[in-house]
Ligand binder design. Structure first.
Ligand SMILES: Cc1cc2nc3c(=O)[nH]c(=O)nc-3n(C[C@H](O)[C@H](O)[C@H](O)COP(=O)(O)OP(=O)(O)OC[C@H]3O[C@@H](n4cnc5c(N)ncnc54)[C@H](O)[C@@H]3O)c2cc1C
Length: 378
């Protein structure tokens, strides 16, 4: 078998990359090690409509699970505030269907997709897979966090996410629980998918995510768990080189998920699109420097925001529960209105900086974090 490009990993980044390459008339094969595109789903599915526009996807009925009106942040003491999320146009996707929708887009453009086929080894001529050898000019690594586990474990947190039925779920509100003792460096979440149904999860540094989630759910109240998944998330930002020889790394495999929330549908998906464009340019010109344009384009769009997210993460990781309570108590309705109106779901560090810099509340925090906080504001 002979292709211009083989993409290993048939999820959002890999499929979007293949869609772009096929649209330019090149021969591309996506290999996916699981038996079905979109399964097993390991995602909250939260994304903004503007992000979907950039990805070139209009959610169809099967893809769109829910629309979100608000987001509630709960501090360790129980003190909370609620943000109006309507201006941010946040939706919840069914990732099983969403990935199939992109697979269909790619297929219509001419890409081939082969499931139950795993990348085993890079060879001189292309790749060796579980189903045999394939010859190609370019190999795309879109294998997600799996690919990073082999390179660097320090940016990985273990997450647990259950799908549950419960009558305490608010259909239109996402909930985020901060607690540095229970979920160090991360949080617990409730993402409603439909009435009385949600994805509930936790992640944190060095915790047993399954135990932490059982405890969280036990406190929330009566529920039935209908699905459990455990998956690593990456919070350390982009890897140094997206392109090495004829190997192009995209999506979560390239560290393109947001360091604050590990959300990557948008940022990893755009990585796939930019890579697809650059690979096509290379195939049309045989000029290898064209491949480098992919990393430049991704960095121009997300580089600064990811730097700020890494900074925000390092600040948040150093706050103790008392400081988080203090910030939560001092957030004013005016500030919430401003964040709702001006903030962006995808480029959110300005909103984080606004909260961390809250006047009066966080004098101690500002003393500890002063310089870095100023950098975040700049
Ligand atoms: C619990 C959880 C909740 C999340 N919630 C959100 C959210 O609400 N919003 C958001 O934006 N992001 C969220 N994310 C992140 C989001 O899921 C990822 O950023 C996104 O799926 C990355 O896409 P990707 O294509 O780079 O990689 P992945 O989606 O990880 O896909 C990698 C693919 O490669 C395949 N693969 C692996 N090894 C091989 C191999 N050797 N050969 C062939 N195929 C292989 C895998 O089977 C998989 O299909 C969440 C992640 C987790 C774990």
């Amino acid at each position: 078998m002979d292709y211009d490009v083989v993409v290993a990993g048939g999820s959002v980044a890999g499929l979007l990359c293949a869609r772009e390459i096929a649209a330019r008339g090149h021969k591309v094969l996506v290999i996916e090690e699981d038996y079905e595109i979109g399964t097993p789903e390991h995602c909250g599915g939260v994304v903004s409509i503007p992000a979907m526009d950039d990805l070139g996807i209009i959610p169809i009925r099967a893809t769109l699970d829910n629309k979100i009106r608000s987001a509630k942040l709960i501090a360790p003491s129980g003190k909370s505030f609620t943000l109006d999320a309507r201006p941010q146009q946040v939706i919840v996707l069914d990732r099983r269907e969403f990935d199939k929708q992109i697979a269909h887009q790619a297929q219509v453009k001419g890409a081939e997709i082969q499931v139950k086929t795993s990348l085993r080894e890079i060879t001189k001529q292309g790749v060796r897979t579980s189903e045999g050898e394939i010859t190609c000019k370019i190999i795309v690594d879109a294998r997600g966090v799996t690919s990073l586990v082999q390179k660097d474990r320090t940016g990985i947190l273990q997450s647990a996410q259950y799908e549950v039925f419960a009558d305490w779920i608010d259909k239109e509100r996402i909930e985020v629980y901060l607690d540095q003792e229970k979920y160090p460096g991360y949080f617990a979440w409730v993402i409603p998918t439909r009435r009385d149904e949600a994805k509930v999860g936790v992640a944190g540094r060095g915790i047993n995510s399954a135990d932490a989630l059982e405890e969280f759910l036990g406190k929330k109240g009566k529920h039935s768990t209908i699905r459990k998944i455990f998956a690593p998330i990456w919070v350390k930002g982009p890897i140094k080189e997206f392109v090495s020889g004829n190997m192009v790394t995209i999506g979560d495999a390239a560290g393109q998920a947001k360091p604050t929330t590990a959300g990557g549908i948008y940022t990893s998906g755009m990585g796939g699109i930019y890579a697809g464009e650059a690979i096509s340019e290379f195939l049309e010109s045989n000029d290898t420097s064209r491949l480098g344009a992919y990393q430049e384009k991704w960095a121009a769009k997300f580089g600064k925001e990811f730097e700020n997210m890494l900074l925000a993460r390092s600040l948040l990781e150093r706050l103790d529960n008392q400081s988080i309570d203090s910030i939560c108590q001092s957030v004013t309705p005016k500030m919430l209105d401003e964040i709702s109106a001006e903030g962006s779901f995808d480029f959110h560090t300005t909103s984080v900086a606004k909260m961390l810099g809250v006047r009066g509340s966080a004098k101690a925090i500002q003393a500890i974090l002063g310089n870095e906080l100023r950098r975040l504001f700049s």
